[in-house]
Write a protein of this length. Structure first.
Ligand code: KE4
Length: 436
C-alpha cells in the first residue's frame, strides 16, 4: 500500500493558531505529538472506527479518545441520548433521574460499589477517593506504583505514567515536596518491597492506589496472585485498597478487574467509558465508607457539573447498550482476533516486539520478547523505536497513540478486516523502519 499523500495544510494552519492560544496547542499534553514529533492532525469528525481530519484525511482509529469510545465514535445510541437530554436543559445543578439511573447501573455492574459519587474526570475521581481514604483512616501516607498514572492531582504526579512517562519526567514541576512527601512510590510486581514498606510505615498508610491492570506506561499485566496479595497486605495493616479502573472499568468486564480478579477493593475510581465521551468520572465503595462524604460525613467533595444530566444520559446510553449487546463477549472476540492477526506480523519487525493484551486493550512492547510487568522493565529505547513506526502507520491512515507508553483500544465498531489492515500497515512500517 503506497504511503498516502497526506495533505496537512488545514491542520498546520489551525494548529499554528492553537499554539498561540493554547499552551503547546493542546488541552492535554500527550496530544501535542511531542513524543513522536510532527504536527497532530486537527480532527474534524469521527464515526465508528474512523476519525477524519480537517484536510479530509481519514484514519482507522485505535486511540478511541484514550478509551471512552467503547461503542465507536458518534454511536447512534449516544447521539440520540445526548440530543434528547440537552433539549431538556444542559445542567440543573440539582438531582436528576439519569444521575440516579447511572449510579444504580454502576452499582449493579461493579461488585465492590454499594454507592458512587460522580465527578467530571478521572483525576477528580482519584483525588476524591484519596481524600476519602485519608478521612476514613485518619492517616496521611498514600502508596502508588511507578508507571501508574492516576490523573494530575498534585500528590499523584510522582513517578506517574501516561504523559509523564512519555516525557520522561519522574514528577511534575509545581508539586511541593511537602505534597509529594506523603506519597510513597514502589515498583510494580515487587511484593517484598511492599511488605517492607508496610512493616516500616504501615500504621501511617491510608491507602494503596493501583491501576489493577496498569495501562499508562505500557500494558503491565499483573502476575497471578499479585492483586490478592495487595488485598491481604492492606487489610493486615488497616489501609484501604483503591482500584483505579478509569481505563479497565466497564471495558474488560462489566465489573472491571474487580469482577475478573475477584479481588474487592475498598474504593474504585472510574472515568472514560462511564461518560461515553462526555466528561464523567466516578468513585464508589461500601456504604460505610461512602457515607463519610459530605453532606452526610465530614470529607468534603463537590462539583458544579458533577452528575451533569447530558453526561449522565451519555454514560447511561453506553452502559445500557453494552449490556444489551453482551458487548464484553464481542470485545473479547475482537481482542483475540486482533492478537491472532498481529502475532505473525510482529515477527517481521526489525527488533523483538511482544504483544500485551487484556480484552479490548492492547499494547506492543518494543524491543523485548516478554511483555514487562513493571515500568522499570520497559525497554529504554522503546520511545525511539516507536517514533518512526507511529508515523509510518499514520501516513497510511492508521491512528495509534502518539506515545510508546499508551495502549491501543478496540471498540464495538471495529471489525476483523480492520485488524487485517493494521497488520498490513505494520508490515509496511517494518520494511521502512530505520532499525531495518
Ligand atoms: P482524566 O483526568 O484524564 O479523565 O483521568 C485521569 C486518569 C486516571 N486514571 C487512569 C488509569 C488514567 O488512565 C487516566 C487518564 N488516562 C490518560 C491516558 N492514558 C488520559 C489522556 C490524557 O491525559 O490526555
Amino acid at each position: 500500500m503506497a504511503v498516502k499523500n497526506i495533505v496537512h495544510d488545514e491542520s498546520e494552519q489551525i494548529f499554528s493558531r492553537a499554539c498561540r492560544a493554547l499552551p503547546g496547542g493542546v488541552s492535554s499534553p500527550v496530544r501535542a505529538f511531542r513524543a513522536v514529533g510532527g504536527t497532530p492532525p486537527v480532527i474534524a469528525r469521527a464515526a465508528g472506527a474512523e476519525i477524519e481530519d480537517v484536510d479530509g484525511n481519514r484514519y482507522l482509529d485505535f486511540v478511541c479518545s484514550w478509551g471512552p469510545l467503547i461503542l465507536g465514535h458518534a454511536h447512534q445510541a449516544v447521539v440520540e441520548a445526548v440530543t434528547r437530554a440537552v433539549r431538556r436543559g444542559s445542567s440543573f445543578g440539582a438531582p436528576c433521574e439519569d444521575e440516579v439511573a447511572l449510579a444504580e447501573k454502576v452499582i449493579d455492574f461493579y461488585p465492590a460499589a454499594e454507592q458512587v459519587r460522580f465527578v467530571s474526570s478521572g483525576t477528580e475521581a482519584t483525588m476524591s477517593a484519596i481524600r476519602l481514604a485519608r478521612g476514613v483512616t485518619g492517616r496521611d501516607l498514600i502508596v502508588k506504583f511507578s508507571g501508574c498514572y492516576h490523573g494530575h492531582a498534585d500528590h499523584l504526579l510522582v513517578a506517574a505514567g501516561s504523559g509523564l512517562a512519555t516525557f520522561g519526567q519522574p514528577s511534575s514541576a509545581g508539586v511541593p515536596e511537602a505534597f509529594a512527601g506523603l506519597t510513597r512510590v514502589l515498583p510494580l510486581d515487587d511484593l517484598p518491597r511492599l511488605e517492607a514498606l508496610f512493616a516500616e510505615e504501615g500504621a501511617r498508610i491510608a491507602a494503596v492506589i493501583i491501576e489493577p491492570v496498569p495501562a499508562n506506561n505500557g500494558l503491565l499485566l499483573p502476575r497471578e496472585g499479585y492483586l490478592e496479595a495487595l488485598r491481604r497486605i492492606t487489610e493486615e495493616h488497616g489501609a484501604l485498597l483503591i482500584f483505579d479502573e478509569v481505563i479497565s472499568g466497564f471495558r474488560v468486564a462489566p465489573g472491571g478487574l474487580c469482577e475478573l480478579s475477584g479481588v474487592m477493593p475498598d474504593l474504585a475510581t472510574f472515568g472514560k467509558v462511564i461518560g461515553g465521551g462526555l466528561p464523567v468520572g466516578a468513585f464508589g465503595g461500601s456504604r460505610e465508607i461512602m457515607r463519610q462524604l459530605a453532606p452526610e460525613g465530614d470529607v468534603y467533595q463537590a462539583g458544579t457539573l458533577s452528575g451533569n444530566p447530558v453526561a449522565m444520559a451519555a454514560g447511561l446510553a453506553v452502559l445500557t447498550h453494552l449490556q444489551h449487546e453482551d458487548a464484553w463477549r464481542r470485545l473479547d472476540e475482537l481482542g483475540a482476533a486482533l492478537e491472532e492477526r498481529l502475532l505473525p506480523v510482529l515477527k517481521n519487525a526489525p527488533f523483538p516486539v511482544a504483544l500485551a493484551r487484556i480484552g479490548s486493550i492492547f499494547w506492543m512492547a518494543l524491543n523485548t520478547n516478554d511483555p514487562p510487568r513493571a515500568a522499570e522493565a520497559v525497554a529504554p529505547d522503546a520511545g525511539d523505536l516507536y517514533r518512526p513506526l507511529f508515523h509510518s502507520l499514520l501516513n497510511r491512515g492508521v491512528n495509534l497513540a502518539p506515545s510508546a507508553f499508551e495502549v491501543g483500544f478496540i471498540s464495538l465498531a471495529h471489525r476483523e478486516e480492520h485488524f487485517d489492515r493494521l497488520a498490513e500497515t505494520l508490515d509496511a512500517a517494518w520494511a521502512e523502519h530505520p532499525a531495518r
